[in-house]
Every structure is written in C-alpha cells, then in structure tokens.
Design a protein around this ligand. Structure first.
Ligand code: CP
Ligand code: NVA
Length: 312
C-alpha cells in the first residue's frame, strides 16, 4: 500500500503530487463506504485530540464524526479550558498529549505555533487552520471540484478577495500540486505571501500549472471553471473589519462579475459566508454553488488524512 511522505499534515505545499492524489482517491473510497453503509473501522481504538484556539463549526464536527466513523474517538479541547490558555507551552502540551492520544488536530493563530507543536509531538499533528494555511479545507475543495468537473488538471480556478489569508495560500498550494491554473484577484497590500508564491511557482514547471496574481477581478476571473472566495475579515482580524469592507468591495462575487467566468463555473466558499459582502445571495444560493457539497466533503477528505496519518 501507498505511504504518504509526511508524518504531519501542516500545509499542502509539503506534500508530493502523488500524496495529494492518493488522499483524494482514498477520500472517494471512504465516502462510498459511508454512503453505502459499509463499516470501515481503520482507526479502531485510536484517539484524536482536537485543540481549538478559535471558533469552529465544520472542522470540529467533521473531525469528530470522522474519527467515530473510522472506529476511533475524538476529544474536544478548548484552549480556554486547558493549561495552554494559562501559559503552558506548546512544547510541553505536545509532549504530554503525545502520551495519551494517537493524533492531534490544532486550530490556532500563528502558523509557527503549529510548527512548534509538530517539533515536540511524537504523534501526527493535523492543521485545522492557522492564520496562514487551511489545508484540510482545500483538500475537501479539490475533492468537490473533482466530483463536479470530473477532473482537476487543466482547470482554471479563480480566488477573489484577501490574497494573504489561509484559504488563498492553501488554494495556491493545492491548485499547483494537482496541475490547475490559479488566478488570485486581490487589492494591493493583500497579495499572497511571497515565499509561498516563489516556492509554488517553481513547482508549476513540474505539474504544468500556473499562478497569476492581479488587481483586476474581471481579468482574473476570465474563463474560470471554479470561482472561490472567503470572508474579508478572518478570525483574529476583527479590528480591521471596517477598513476591509471598503478595500475588498470591488472583489465581491456577484452575477455581473461571474459573467466573465465560464458559463458552467462552480462556486466554492469554505463557509461561514457573509451574504452581501464577499458574495451575493444570488450566487451562493444559486445554481452554480456547490458550497454544501464542499462542506460535506470536509468529512470525507479528513477521514483520508486521519487514516493515512493515524492508521497502521
Ligand atoms: N470552513 C471551516 O473551516 O469552517 P469552521 O470554521 O466552521 O470549522
Ligand atoms: N479565512 C477564514 C476561514 C474560516 C474557515 C478565517 O480564517 O477566519
């Protein structure tokens, strides 16, 4: 059987193209088992701790349900309720939790906190979102695109809005790995992290994809097969929300702008969404939207991640 190249799931950029395709294929299998009621206890008796420093609906519930469906168990830990919130270090927390559980999913702020956990943990660390990456979400997004479009390679995906957030970064990494062309429409000052762009641009040569970053939404969305946006104010940025409403206004995904995408484009949003801000109700609740398939696929994609990292 195939073994993925990493022992932690921190960013999509650190995985090989083969790893990503393997996880997607396994997610499709696991989804089929679940739909057909076929038991698949690959993680019998295994325990996942889930540590949250930020709010969550989808990530929390899908990881917990995923562990249960795989025959294991999940423990929800809020940073307010464990000693981490009172100053115990990530290093000590990681070492202690490693003695009890088989894996640790973490949602936190600075990506370096996650890396700190990974350095000191003896069990796999899974990224449940940091300020700069949301790889579990994007694996579910790739699965959703594959289901709706029948393929990934050669498609064009356009992301509009905050080019410097977790979703933009993970989408760039995910798209490049599977050979999709990605365009990012964002205002000046909100461009993706330069180091991610540089390392992923190198990989486009291997996977036959391309990355485009530009300020003009009409130009960037042109002929896109997949249109994606995200909240304008991410968790932790609440103080800037007024300013952000203004800067991102030209990037709203609405019917007028989507006229420039392919006629059969699909619309993705990791949710939660703000109708009337980054997307209009007409689009997110309309015929092009696949956001609830996308939300469901968190479950299936993450089960593939859990099975690959925590399984025998
Ligand atoms: N998309 C996503 O990660 O949702 P939650 O914040 O609800 O987990
Ligand atoms: N960019 C958003 C994603 C939420 C799932 C945030 O970080 O708040």
């Amino acid at each position: 059987t195939y073994h993925i190249s990493q022992s932690h799931f921190l960013t999509l950029g650190s995985f090989s193209q083969e790893d990503i395709y393997f996880l997607l294929e396994d997610a499709i299998k696991l989804k089929k088992y679940q739909k057909e009621g076929i038991p698949h206890p690959f993680l019998q008796g295994k325990v996942l701790a889930m540590l949250f420093e930020k709010a969550s609906t989808r990530t929390r519930v899908s990881f917990e349900v995923g562990m249960l469906q795989l025959g294991g168990h999940a423990i929800f830990l809020s940073s307010n309720d464990i000693q981490l919130g009172r100053g115990e270090s990530p290093a000590d927390t990681a070492k202690v939790l490693s003695r009890y559980v088989d894996g640790l999913m973490i949602r936190t702020f600075d990506h370096e906190i996650l890396e700190d956990f990974a350095r000191h943990s003896d069990v796999p660390i899974i990224n449940g979102l940091t300020d700069s990456h949301h790889p579990a979400q994007v694996l579910a997004d790739l699965l959703t695109i594959k289901e709706h479009k029948g393929k990934l390679k050669g498609l064009k995906i356009c992301y509009l809005g905050d080019g410097n957030n977790n979703m933009a970064h993970s989408l760039i990494e995910g798209a490049v790995k599977v050979g999709m062309d990605i365009s990012i429409a964002c205002p000046p000052g909100f461009k993706p992290d330069q180091s991610i762009l540089t390392s992923m641009k190198k990989e486009t040569l291997l996977t036959g994809s391309s990355i485009q970053v530009g300020e003009c939404p009409v130009e960037m969305i042109k002929d896109a097969d997949v249109v994606v946006t995200d909240v304008w104010t991410s968790m932790g940025q609440e103080a800037e929300s007024k300013k952000r409403l203004k800067v991102f206004a030209p990037y709203q995904v609405n019917k007028e702008l989507c006229k420039h995408a392919k006629e059969d484009f699909i619309f993705l949003h990791c949710l939660p969404a703000h109708r009337g801000e980054e997307v209009t109700a007409e689009i997110i609740d309309g015929p092009h939207s696949v956001v609830f398939d996308e939300a469901e696929n968190r479950l299936h994609a993450q089960k593939a991640i859990l099975k690959a990292l925590l399984g025998n």
